[in-house]
Design a protein around this ligand. Structure first.
Ligand SMILES: [Cu+2]
Length: 623
């Protein structure tokens, strides 16, 4: 559009001046019609009838996002069903797809679509997922969390029970519908750790167009078959111990649902095929299990070039092994340049958590007949005895151990987060024990003195039904059970300083709704009170902070007697759980909720969204 002077000149020059007003109106009308058409088409797009796997495709930046309809039927099933035949025995042949062989022992599985682990979801960036969870497993109050997805447009699809939705009752269907807005290797799992340990967890991969992927030049192949999901597997199904001290040992580590044990050494293992001479991107996620010990992952004779953590790009590191905790994800590249053959892929639990807990899979070089040039077959670089760990803090000083605070992200931290932040939230956590009776001692976790419990109705969707008396007080508590909510203003820059005063073990926390910059991390070797920590942080003595290129994560291991500083911009309104990943069911008291913004800022759930709450009869006997 021209300015006023220009248009008056035009008027002077020409008698047949066009009517600009009419032209603009015409344009607006055409645009409105097109827009209305688009809205109409989107509105009346039928829900696709076809289920599952239709979204596993080559991603292209010009393609329309797809609607990926997935049906997950949750039921109690078992390993070694009839269809397995003798496939777990020596020379028993391949196990059919319908057989869950696990580690060769019979036990129940809380399965999705009778698969172990739950089916891997492969989608492209910005695809819309429509997941029908058909619940056929009575005795389980379900909700499925989509780890790695911020759920900005649909906070009520986050899958945190009593926060963002009612837990799903048996024999109902709950449909999750959200946009896969965050690229990377992620996971989905039942909120209850016991349910996830019994089989309800799987990998969730969000790919992007290769033209937009900054890492694309580093590898040749990113195959859906190269997804590695590791889970811890116990002897029996069912409720795990609720108290911290008596969690039963796990029995094996499964790679994509397969492993073996001393009793059944011939149970088939997972295989990953590669061709000599190509570079492969592998996507590794660790779902944890009954004990959720950290694991060490390695492939014999192969260097792992680590490229992402929790879906976020890092400056690549060449290592011989990776150590991660429950819920963490790592992408790495291997250069398939060893002498053709079969190499062992190994996972092992960290010894301080549990001894003798391991698992295995095979890396198989295909087309062995292919001529291999001797000069290409470089000797395995024995100098690469480096380990990348997000877990250990004992060996960080060693040159061969790269700890999380020594890893650099590819992108710089935004300026506003590198500067002084607006809100600093201190989160001390600890344990309490109480003699309940002569024989029974009860033990629980608490943050800031508050022992977390869930409200009786979901905070996001039924805040009116949650009484003021259910919430924790603002002041540090004395171990009373309450709904622990920490308020953060919408749009503010936040630093969260979490520190362990209990010294029981290391801890893993996962924040819903956000990824954060890990700006500080250290071990303190003993308990410090909150005031001292506040003072040390203010004076800059608590951490040597990385305010240049810290890694971005959504899951963080806090070392035993350690402290971490996490920064993020609170731009996603809602109630977001900071989850203690080692709780065996829903909570053991250590969790808390971040309330970002106020009720008016929250995206509202549909009006027919399921509701739930307590029922307590009338106030007087008959009325
Ligand atoms: Cu999450």
């Amino acid at each position: 559009m021209g300015s006023e002077t220009e248009s008056s000149e035009v008027r002077d020059l020409s008698l047949l001046k066009p009517n600009y007003m009419l032209l603009s109106l015409q344009r607006i009308l055409v645009l409105t019609v097109i827009l209305a058409g688009v809205i109409l088409v989107v509105y009346y797009t039928p829900m696709p009838e076809a289920y599952f796997e239709n979204c596993d495709r080559e991603c292209h930046e010009l393609d329309w996002p797809m609607i990926c309809r997935v049906k997950l039927v949750i039921e109690v099933y078992k390993t070694l069903s009839k269809s397995c035949g003798s496939c777990t025995e020596k020379n028993g042949g391949d196990c059919p797809a319908t057989c869950i062989s696990a580690d060769g022992r019979v036990r129940g599985v809380l399965s999705a679509n009778r698969e172990l682990p739950s089916p891997t979801l492969h989608v492209c960036h910005n695809d819309i997922l429509v997941v029908d969870v058909v619940h056929r497993a009575p005795a389980h109050a379900l909700s499925i969390h989509w780890r790695g997805q911020p759920q900005k447009e649909t906070p009520f699809m986050d899958g945190a029970p009593m926060l963002t939705q009612c837990p799903q009752p048996a024999y109902t269907t709950f449909q999750y519908k959200f946009r896969a807005s965050s690229v990377g290797t992620h996971m989905y799992h039942a909120h209850s750790a016991a349910d996830a340990a019994d089989g309800l967890s799987g990998a969730f991969i969000v790919r992007q167009s290769s033209r937009l992927d900054p890492l694309r030049k580093l590898y040749d192949v990113d195959d859906t078959k190269h997804t590695i999901f590791v889970s811890e597997w116990g002897h029996s199904m069912g409720p795990l111990a609720g108290v911290i001290s008596s969690i039963p040992n796990a029995e094996s580590l499964l790679i994509n649902g397969k492993g073996n044990s001393s009793e059944s050494p011939d149970t088939p293992l997972s295989s990953f095929n590669v061709e000599y001479g190509k570079r492969y991107r592998f996507r590794l996620a660790y779902g944890g299990g009954s004990k959720s010990c950290p694991i060490k992952f390695s492939i014999d004779q192969h260097v792992l070039e680590v490229i992402t953590l929790d879906g976020h790009q890092i400056e690549t590191e060449h290592v011989s092994s990776i150590e991660i905790g429950r819920g963490e994800r790592v992408d790495f590249i291997i250069d398939a340049k060893r002498a053709p053959g079969v190499y062992k892929m190994k996972v092992m639990a960290v010894k301080s958590c549990q001894d003798n807990l391991d698992g295995m899979a095979n890396l198989v070089y295909e087309k062995v007949e292919q001529k291999v040039l001797r000069k290409d077959e470089e000797a395995f670089d024995s100098n690469v005895y480096r380990e990348l760990t997000t877990v250990s803090s004992d060996n960080c000083a060693s040159e061969n151990v790269i700890c999380l605070n020594e890893v650099h992200a590819t992108n710089k931290i935004p300026e506003e987060l590198a500067a002084a932040v607006e809100e600093i939230v201190y989160v001390p956590f600890n344990y309490s024990t109480k003699q309940i009776s002569a024989k029974r001692v009860e033990s629980w976790g608490q943050t800031d003195g508050h022992r977390f419990t869930y409200p009786a109705s979901p905070l996001l969707t039924q805040s009116d039904n949650v009484g003021e008396n259910e919430f924790c007080s603002k002041e540090p508590g004395n171990g009373e059970e309450c709904v622990h909510v920490k308020k953060v203003p919408l749009g503010s820059t936040v630093e969260m300083v979490m520190f362990d005063q209990g010294g029981e073990s290391d801890h893993i926390f996962h924040l819903h709704g956000y990824s954060f910059y890990v700006v500080g991390m250290r071990e303190l070797h003993r308990s410090f009170d909150k005031d001292t920590i506040v003072k040390m942080n203010r004076e800059g003595n608590l951490f040597t902070k990385n305010l240049i290129d810290p890694v971005i994560k959504d899951t963080i291991v806090v070392p035993k007697f350690g402290a971490v500083a996490l920064r993020f911009k609170a731009d996603n309104p809602g109630y977001w759980l900071m989850r203690d990943e080692r709780s065996t069911h829903w909570t053991r008291g250590l969790d808390f909720i971040l309330k970002v913004g106020n009720q008016g800022d929250f995206v509202q759930a549909p009006s027919d969204f399921p509701k739930c709450g307590s029922y307590v009869g009338p106030e007087y006997f008959l009325i």
